[in-house]
Design a protein around this ligand. Structure first.
Ligand SMILES: *[C@@H]1O[C@H](CO)[C@@H](O)[C@H](O)[C@H]1NC(C)=O
Ligand SMILES: *[C@@H]1O[C@H](CO)[C@@H](O)[C@H](O)[C@H]1NC(C)=O
Ligand SMILES: *[C@@H]1O[C@H](CO)[C@@H](O)[C@H](O)[C@H]1NC(C)=O
Ligand SMILES: *[C@@H]1O[C@H](CO)[C@@H](O)[C@H](O)[C@H]1NC(C)=O
Ligand SMILES: CC(=O)N[C@H]1CO[C@H](CO)[C@@H](O)[C@@H]1O
Ligand SMILES: [Ca+2]
Ligand SMILES: [Ca+2]
Length: 563
């Protein structure tokens, strides 16, 4: 009766990694949880989150079941870009705490079997880093040593900037004039974030030593920021606006630098390296390196951020997801999924609050590593209730009035409970305003509720233990409203996810849609508003979906079926 689209694929994910569940590395099998430290928990009442705040919440993190936390930058910084402008790669910023606090956090996390991944920002330092201070001042005693640490270029004959490259923040020129040197320096982000010069081998060697510093302390790996921009084309040619190939992005030399960083991480056991880069699939895959020169364990797959949105149909989702799985399979690299970070609007606001559970199902149960941005497990929403006087993200408020591309709405404090400032801080004022919806939308309320995003999230993380989720074969398909996929283990166990991304009801036959075996299934997780109860039975042959409803099913053991 109902027209069913042909199966998009049956990707042999298990064969691809040549591994069984027990053999997966921790960064493959587990969930990585991103903490934006300024907004997670403030321990000393100054309105800004800090390391002791994270320590206070380690039990919470353990309760989520995540394998690792990735901390956005905590190094010494003037905070022009809230820590992504580093003035000392080997010190903790006093706003976040001390080295002792960091060591305590590392120990506390490890005691709970949680790995700790640091953010590394290799493309640029702060202009307040001692290297730049020396590099930008010919009278400085260390000028000779540091003069080529940054990208310095002469003006054109008429005194204008070397080329048409824009910054990533405001699309104005990426060149800033320096009187002392009578040259321009490159800054692909903020003026206070000068690009390091990776054509100078000393810069690479120093940054490699900075990596060793924290690996020696016992951190479990790095997430490398903005590797897209590491090296620029020789001769600094103009770019063609709108082109996917730009002379300041994804240069072949940038892939090599990533491989050089990888070599350092591989001097240690059991550590990981992940890279952040937006681009075409081919550009992104370049950061994985190759067999002789490995790069990242995985390069972030941002497709659920860049290629789908609230108006995407189930078929759009199936195509985006299916294509990625096919490509990853074909190239033999490790997959990963992420749907939010401190640069992207909240899932609840970008899609719908009703879709929070469904989106968490996609991220956690599709093949590969899952990455969660803090607050997505409770479905936090963007907070637009702020003015440009408060919102100081350099990517927004260009006119001083409109938030524009400001990333502050998704960076507001974590909502722990319904006490003052959502339990985030005892300060009179927090660095960004707490979303007023904290009174009802908070972790404690979700802990107490019978059903909640938080409880669903924990069920999903726990479900990752299933061999079907770790290494199972994947099939993806869609109906008019519903995107569905199955993961099938060697022993035949099937985990099935179905999400109604549409705003109309739909009736689906998952046996037919996904080619499931004719076994019986139970509900293992369901979206909060679903009438279905986790643990309850489900007939995959006739599932009626209300708008935005999502469910996860698991096949019951064959023995049970025989009764
Ligand atoms: C691997 O990458 C390195 C550096 O990018 C390159 O020189 C080498 O040719 C590549 N090897 C293979 C087998 O593709
Ligand atoms: C790597 O980490 C895993 C998970 O924590 C552990 O089981 C394994 O023993 C570690 N391997 C090494 C070589 O340290
Ligand atoms: C939303 O995604 C669809 C494809 O899934 C695309 O056609 C459309 O242009 C996107 N809309 C916006 C506003 O980005
Ligand atoms: C907006 O923020 C102000 C000040 O923080 C607060 O008093 C007000 O209740 C907020 N309004 C809404 C609709 O959240
Ligand atoms: C997602 C992410 O980490 N984005 C960062 C990329 O790099 C720039 C500059 O360091 C930051 O501003 C972003 O927050
Ligand atoms: Ca604090
Ligand atoms: Ca660069």
């Amino acid at each position: 009766m109902r027209k069913v689209q042909p199966l998009l694929l049956f990707a042999a994910v298990a064969a691809m990694v040549g591994a069984t569940a027990g053999q997966l590395a921790w960064w493959e099998s587990g969930v990585i949880y991103q903490i934006y430290p300024r907004s997670f928990k403030d321990s000393d009442g100054d309105g800004v989150g800090d390391l002791n705040g994270v320590i206070e919440k380690l039990d919470y993190l353990q309760s989520l079941g995540v394998a690792a936390i990735w901390l956005s930058p905590i190094y010494k910084s003037p905070m022009a870009d809230y820590g992504y402008d580093i003035s000392d790669y080997r010190e903790i910023d006093p706003l976040f705490g001390t080295m002792e606090d960091f060591e305590a956090l590392l120990e506390g996390a490890h005691q709970r079997d949680i790995k700790v991944i640091l953010d590394f920002v290799p493309n640029h330092s702060s202009d307040e880093h001692e290297w730049f201070i020396a590099s930008s001042d010919p009278t400085h005693e260390n000028y000779e040593k540091y003069k080529d640490y940054y990208v310095w270029v002469d003006a054109k004959e008429d005194g204008s900037v070397p080329n048409n490259w824009p910054t990533q923040f405001d699309q104005q020129t990426a060149w800033e004039w320096n009187e002392a040197r009578q040259q321009y320096y490159l800054h692909q982000f903020h003026i206070k974030q000068p690009d390091l010069n990776y054509r100078n081998p000393e810069v690479l060697a120093e940054m490699q030593d900075n990596l060793r510093f924290w690996l020696d302390k016992g951190v479990d790996g790095y997430r490398m920021d903005a590797v897209t921009f590491l090296v620029e084309a020789e001769g600094f040619p103009d770019g063609v606006p709108g082109d996917i190939d730009q002379p300041y992005m994804h240069q072949p030399e940038s892939y090599v630098i990533v491989q050089e960083f990888r070599a350092v991480v591989d001097e240690y056991d059991n550590r990981t390296m992940i890279t952040e880069s937006y681009g075409t699939v081919d550009q992104i895959l370049g950061y994985y390196g190759n067999e002789t020169n490995p790069g990242a364990d995985f390069s972030f797959n941002f497709l659920l951020i860049t290629d789908v949105n609230a108006s995407s149909t189930a078929a759009d989702f199936a195509e985006v997801i299916g294509n990625w799985i096919d490509i990853v399979d074909e190239r033999g690299v490790w997959s990963n999924w992420v749907i939010g970070n401190h640069d992207q609007h909240r899932v609840a606001s970008r899609f719908s609050p009703d879709l929070v559970d469904g989106m968490n199902m996609l991220v956690t149960l599709l093949p590969g590593t899952a990455v969660t941005y803090n607050g997505e497990e409770i479905g936090m929403e963007d907070n637009y209730n702020m003015t440009c006087e408060i919102a100081t993200d350099p990517a927004g408020c260009w006119d001083g009035v409109t938030l524009g591309n400001s990333r502050d709405p998704e960076r507001t404090p974590f909502q722990w409970d319904n006490s003052t400032n959502a339990g985030f801080s005892t300060a009179n004022e927090t660095w960004l305003p707490v979303n007023e919806n904290y009174v009802t939308l908070n972790a404690e309320a979700q802990e107490e509720a019978g059903r909640s995003h938080l409880k669903t999230y924990r069920q999903l993380v726990a479900l990752r233990e299933e061999p079907a989720v770790q290494t199972g074969v994947t099939a993806v398909n869609s109906s008019a409203q519903v995107i569905a996929f199955s993961r099938t283990a060697d022993d035949g166990t099937e985990v099935v996810v179905a999400v109604n991304v549409g705003d109309r009801p739909d009736v689906v036959d998952l046996y037919e849609m996904l080619g499931l075996s004719q076994r019986s299934f139970v509900i293992s997780a369901a979206s909060v508003s679903s009438i279905r109860q986790p643990g309850g039975p489900a007939d995959p042959g006739l599932l009626v979906f209300s708008p935005h409803e999502s469910v996860t099913l698991i096949s019951t053991p064959v023995e049970l079926e025989e009764y």
